[in-house]
Design a binder for this molecule. Structure first.
Ligand code: SF4
Length: 347
């Protein structure tokens, strides 16, 4: 079934999946490379110096990425998030941002980064059109940070990145920490304290069985409820309403007015019911779920000279056939199944 391609305005052919979830967000992983080796994503023992990362010829070009984003925008997609690997390692990223910013219908471009290179790129990315930035920081403790990140880098490098993001004037700056029991759960309250009253929103992520290499075990999960309880002992919290329908984080605010904190609870409080996220890997593979094990390659279409209409039709058929809800059906058995690695599609 083709489309009425006369539509020039965006959001003309909204599409929903088998569970009635509209396509709303596109997460674009622009590289599979990273300058860190976080244990829950890209453990060093699997991703050493000789690891065969994607070569330049394997990557989608900026033009191809824009074609995918335009197609998604024409089907109701409004939010783009740039991720990786570490997206700031992709050369001329702000050029891509400017191209994406010009797409009619796209009203929000966000970036997820480990923050290390932000002092170098924050201002140009802001000027090019990135509105919101999320920075990963799993610990303020030097030893714990080095252990988790797999690199002899200090958390101060990330704090400098956060300062650069704030100085660049992004609409929102958030900090994410993946909490693992017995690894960095002692950091929950210190991280909350670090960003209270600063306008930076701290968000705590339950340890997830993303990919197949991070040694996930449910007993190492600290649930959102436990984290709320720990913080509340020191800084009382109260729940607040989501910013928008389908927001991933559960929001709380400090009762003393010192800002808010969020919890991403994919294990204890799955949120698949509102999941409107499509993921694009650097080599053009589409995934309809963070825990997906089936990819939909787009590169062959581009190599066959596909235009935006053909790409839109292809994505439309993928999304309308989607019925993923991994977190809702996660079992001890599913935890061992084959899944795409996080570094390949970003969180
Ligand atoms: S598990 Fe998959 S379907 Fe559920 S919220 Fe995450 S990405 Fe969406």
């Amino acid at each position: 079934m083709g489309f009425d391609h006369t539509h020039s305005t965006p959001a003309t052919c909204a599409v929903s999946d088998k569970l009635g979830r509209p396509l709303h967000d596109l997460r674009i992983s622009v590289t599979d490379r990273c300058n860190l080796r976080c244990t829950y994503c890209m453990p060093e023992e699997h991703f050493g110096d000789k690891y065969p990362f994607l070569q330049r010829r394997d990557l989608l070009s900026f033009e191809e990425i824009v074609t995918v984003a335009r197609a998604v925008a024409s089907m109701g997609g409004v939010k783009l998030r740039l991720t990786g690997g570490e997206p700031l390692l992709r050369k001329n990223l702000s050029v891509l941002v400017a191209m994406l910013h010009d797409i009619p219908g796209i009203d929000d471009i966000a970036l997820t980064t480990n923050g290390i290179l932000l002092p170098q790129f924050a201002q140009e990315l802001r000027d090019a059109g990135v509105r919101r930035v999320t920075i990963s920081l799993d610990s303020l403790n030097e030893a714990t940070f080095a252990k988790i990140s797999g690199r002899p880098i200090k958390p101060t490098s990330v704090l400098e990145g956060i300062d650069a993001a704030r100085a660049a004037g992004f609409g929102a700056v958030k900090v994410n920490a993946v909490i693992q029991k017995g690894v960095n759960d002692e950091d929950i309250v210190p991280l909350a304290a670090q960003f209270r009253g600063t306008g930076v929103v701290m968000r705590f992520i339950e340890f997830m069985d993303v990919g197949t290499l991070n040694g996930w075990n449910r007993k190492n999960v600290v649930t959102g409820a436990e984290m709320v309880a720990r913080i509340s002992e020191r800084y009382p919290l109260e729940p607040i309403a989501p910013n928008y329908h389908g927001e991933v984080a559960t929001r709380y605010r400090y009762t003393d007015g010192q800002g808010e904190v969020g919890f991403i609870q994919s294990v204890s409080q799955p949120f698949c019911g509102n999941c409107s996220r499509l993921r694009l890997a650097p080599n053009g593979e589409l995934y309809t779920c963070l825990f997906g094990n089936q990819s939909h390659p787009l590169k062959p279409l581009f190599e066959d000279g596909a235009d935006e209409d053909a790409v839109r039709d292809h994505i439309h058929s993928i999304w309308s056939g989607r019925k993923d809800r991994y977190s809702e059906i996660r079992t001890e058995h599913s935890a061992s199944a084959n899944r795409v690695e996080m570094y390949h599609i970003g969180g």
